[in-house]
Write a protein that binds this ligand. Structure first.
Ligand code: ANZ
Ligand code: ZN
Length: 858
């Protein structure tokens, strides 16, 4: 068979190289202080059972970075693991009777094989699964250390209760008033919970965002908003006919003369007290609580209130009484759970005032408005301006008026300047089985007692049943019954487990020494590897996971575990993988492989032939069936093709449109590059052959080769993977079009093919290895350095000039056109042939004729 007919055998080739890398332990990482380190990490997956295209994209991106940095001489750590606790495992147990541990471990095994088939350069010896006691024992210890350090406390608090999942949800797990997984309307309940004091680091979490200059601006802004620092004032209002007062928080003390009412949260203690004698108010409060009082719910809901009948005295104007309402939009968890409302300058207050017939008195005059006629209609005015209708504040601008009002408040000792944070402490208790047990024992005499360190880990019992609703740990017959570590009397274990964000808040550091049983991290290993140099994952984790990890790293530093406070120095948030959607005539979603092109060119159902409606492209999701299974793609076209397509079509942070044509194009490229090599290889000069004289076309091609090397390196440094791929494809086309005739041509062909193999290796590592081997190299690409571009070849106008030693031609060199004499002289004297001709003597004279010749006299 001639080589032209040979085909690239993807399956065999990819399996062969995966085995080679494994046998050679190519990706095993060890600390080596003599080399610069590079820790690249992709967000670890939840072991749902199968990888999806989002995973493929995420891990392909990470692998390019890892392999590229490796080739550039970095000591790379690139690990993988499993975020293995969580609800789906329990749901599987409830629905299918399979134990969460078994379900999870089987899923991990299946997904590990899938990941291995992608040829990812992971150090598998560092694999971890968070559901194993070898992992979670360390976080139990961390929790106890945080407790000692004052970073943990227990508090009765209102929680979001998901009536379907039977569990507490974090605020951020409530989306538009519904549970993030169940979609059920969330209710309020009062429970005793463990909290981590993330607010203790609020200032630093905010300020340090400035230092994260390799994070996307957008993510930093999201974090900033989530932390939500507000400068304002706390102010006390005296209540009429009561020996009592009300504290409010405001960011606009300048608008105090425009106040129309006070409002307290339905969960404010005063509201509760009044409701005890006021059934209508009690009913109103109950209604608010049914609706939920989280920010998201409140934002969406109609603003409602009820007059309590109480009056409050304005702090600056003797005798001015304002009504006090209970209002559904005032959150108990923010500020002091009470506000003053200024309808003219706050939209919510305005809507409220219109509804309940309260006065709307503007006190800030916009620059172009007239004081006599300015009015507020349906829209509150929240901009800048000059104060009016405001006594001692009249004539001041907003910032000055804020300062003046605060000065007066502080002078009168009725309040002070304060800073308020939107950030709340992190409630970590979950009434769930498949999570890390909270290492606490409850004793009727001693209260909550930490489990002694010697008794860690508190293992999750595996003999549990899921036939009753609620927490299996709670109804396990024996597990929770233990003696109190303090007094020895019968006591009960805490049956709550940690929020699963707990595990993902420190896993990155565990990778530094994942097999140490005695400690969470080997300190010197952590000092060597941390922080993660490049973290890659979905934008959906832009707030919580990243914020919790930043907090955890600080808490671990406080407790002496780690030396750094920022876990992730660089962050890349990748876009989604999208696909067209299809519906049949009945409106049911169809899978892409159920749809074909009909005779008329329109889309039809593959079996029934009936018309199919094409919908817009959306994120691949099971619910819309617009998914393509990566396993199928890899089995058909190989991992390299899938990886190449993932990288080539759009920049990583943007959404990617999955198309049949795109994957086809990638597949054809794989074959083209392979065939190009196979056809050329017999004509190529041996490895290491000195460069012969080059004709014009060869010199030109060579310049393209080196320009490609430089540009691709630059692209990869900036994560412009799609551009890098496009450039390598251009080079491949140029090599394919090149008609090699003489020795110089073939020499450049070799250089071009070798460069293409090395440059494409981070994206298509298997094909690169195969080509490299075909080109005669004994040492695989994984152990070969990144190619370097010759500077002189990067300039568009380069000239080839002669170098003579004592009048005899010894070499030709490529130089930028019109370059300075010094570069010409240095380059000439560095040529091996020139050095040889000089036989160790120093040059007596060097004459450079620009763009023509370098004459060396010895
Ligand atoms: C009077 C006022 C006048 C306000 C005005 C705003 C505009 P941020 O920026 O988010 O901190 N507020 C205070 N506590 C609240 C609570 N527990 N629930 C709901 N709203 C609350 O917002 C601070 C502003 O939100 C405060 O300033 C207060 O209304 C309201 F023209 O006070 B302001
Ligand atoms: Zn006790």
């Amino acid at each position: 068979m001639s080589r032209t007919d040979e085909r690239y055998n993807v399956k065999e080739t990819e399996a062969k190289w995966q085995k080679t890398w494994e046998d050679r332990q190519s990706f095993l990482a060890t600390e080596d202080p003599s080399r610069p380190k590079y820790f690249v990490l992709e967000m670890f997956p939840y072991p749902s059972g199968r990888i999806h295209m989002g995973h493929v994209r995420n891990y392909a991106l990470g692998d390019v970075v890892a392999r590229y940095k490796r080739a550039r001489g970095f000591n790379v750590l690139h690990p993988m693991g499993w975020d293995a606790f969580g609800l789906p495992a329990e749901n599987a147990a409830i629905e299918r009777g399979v134990h969460p541990a078994k379900w999870t471990r089987e899923n991990i095994a299946a997904m590990r094989e899938q990941l291995k088939s992608m040829g990812l350069s992971y150090d598998w010896s560092r694999e971890l699964a968070t559901c194993e006691p070898e992992y979670y024992r360390h976080e139990q210890k961390m929790f106890l250390d945080f407790l000692k350090a004052g970073l943990v406390y227990r508090k009765e608090s209102w929680v979001n209760w998901d009536p379907v999942e039977n569990t507490v949800l974090a605020n951020e797990q409530v989306i538009d008033g519904r549970g993030w997984r169940s979609g059920a309307l969330v209710e309020k309940r009062l429970l005793s919970q463990w909290f981590l004091k993330i607010t203790a680091f609020a200032d630093d979490l905010l300020d340090s965002l400035q230092t994260l200059d390799r994070w996307p601006e957008r993510v930093r802004i999201m974090q900033e908003n989530w932390i939500g620092r507000s400068e304002g004032a706390r102010l006390t209002w005296n209540l009429k006919d009561r020996d009592d007062s009300l504290d409010i928080f405001t960011t606009r003390p300048d608008t105090l003369f425009g106040a129309a009412f006070l409002a307290i949260s339905p969960n404010h203690p005063l509201a509760g007290e009044l409701a005890a004698h006021n059934p209508a108010l009690a009913e109103f409060i109950a209604e608010c609580n049914r609706m939920g009082t989280s920010e998201a719910v409140v934002e969406a809901a109609e603003k409602k209130g009820m007059d309590t009948g109480l009056k409050a005295f304005h702090p600056f104007v003797p005798g001015w009484e304002l009504p006090v309402y209970v209002a559904n939009f005032v959150l108990m968890e923010y500020g002091s759970g009470a506000i003053f409302g200024c309808p003219a300058h706050d939209q919510r207050d305005l809507d409220f005032a219109r509804k309940y017939g309260l006065t709307v008195k503007p006190v800030v005059l916009p620059a172009d408005a007239d004081a006599a006629s300015f009015q507020v209609g349906d829209e509150a005015y929240s901009g800048d301006g000059t104060l009016f209708n405001s006594d001692f504040l009249d004539g001041l601008d907003v910032p000055a008026a804020k300062a003046a009002a605060i000065a007066r408040i502080e002078a009168g000792k009725i309040g002070e300047k304060t800073v308020n944070w939107r950030l709340r402490d992190w409630g970590v208790s979950r009434q769930r089985y498949w999570g890390c047990p909270i290492p606490i024992i409850h004793c009727d005499t001693c209260g909550p007692v930490p489990v002694p360190e010697a008794d860690l880990p508190v293992r999750l019992p595996e003999d549990v049943s899921f036939d009753k609703p609620g927490n299996p740990l709670d109804h396990h017959p024996t597990w929770k019954n233990v003696a109190c570590p303090c007094c020895g009397k019968p006591a009960r274990r805490e049956t709550d487990t940690f929020d699963t964000f707990f595990e993902s808040s420190w896993y990155f550091a565990r990778y530094c020494s994942p097999n140490r049983a005695d400690v969470a991290f080997d300190r010197s290993a952590a000092d060597y590897w941390m922080s993660v140099d490049q973290y890659i994952g979905g934008i959906e984790h832009a707030v919580l996971h990243l914020l919790y990890s930043r907090f955890f790293t600080r808490a671990l530093k406080t407790c002496g575990y780690l030396g750094v406070k920022e876990p992730f120095a660089g962050l890349l948030t990748q876009g989604m993988v999208c696909h067209e959607t299809y519906k049949d005539e009945a409106g049911a979603w169809l899978y892409p492989d159920e749809v074909v092109k009909g005779e008329g060119g329109g889309l039809v159902h593959a079996q029934t032939g009936k018309t199919v409606a094409l919908g817009r492209s959306e994120k691949m999701s099971k619910s819309k069936r617009n998914v393509v299974d990566p396993a199928h793609i890899i089995a058909t076209y190989g991992a390299d093709t899938a990886r190449l397509f993932m990288l080539s079509d759009s920049p990583p942070e943007r959404d990617l449109e999955w198309t049949e044509a795109g994957i086809d194009g990638a597949w054809r490229y794989v074959n083209r590059l392979w065939r190009l090599t196979a056809l050329a290889v017999d004509s190529l000069p041996a490895i290491g052959t000195a460069m012969p004289e080059l004709g014009e076309a060869a010199a030109k091609l060579r310049r393209q080769v080196h320009k490609t090397i430089a540009a691709v390196s630059d692209d990869l440094d900036r994560f412009h993977f799609n551009k890098a791929v496009a450039r390598i494809r251009e080079l491949t086309n140029a090599l394919g079009d090149f008609k090699a005739e003489d020795a110089g041509d073939w020499w450049v062909m070799r250089e071009g093919l070798e460069s293409a193999a090395l440059l494409i290796a981070p994206m298509m590592p298997h094909l690169a290895e195969e080509i490299w081997l075909e080109l005669g190299h004994a040492q695989p690409v994984v152990d070969t350095a990144w190619p370097l571009a010759e500077a002189a070849l990067l300039v568009e106008d380069s000239v080839t000039i002669a170098v003579q030693v004592n009048g005899k031609l010894r070499a030709t060199i490529a130089l930028p056109k019109d370059c300075d004499a010094k570069l010409a002289e240095e380059t000439a004297l560095a040529q091996e042939a020139v050095i040889a001709a000089m036989s160790g003597k120093p040059p007596r004279k060097v004459v450079v004729v620009a763009n023509r010749i370098v004459n060396v006299v010895v």
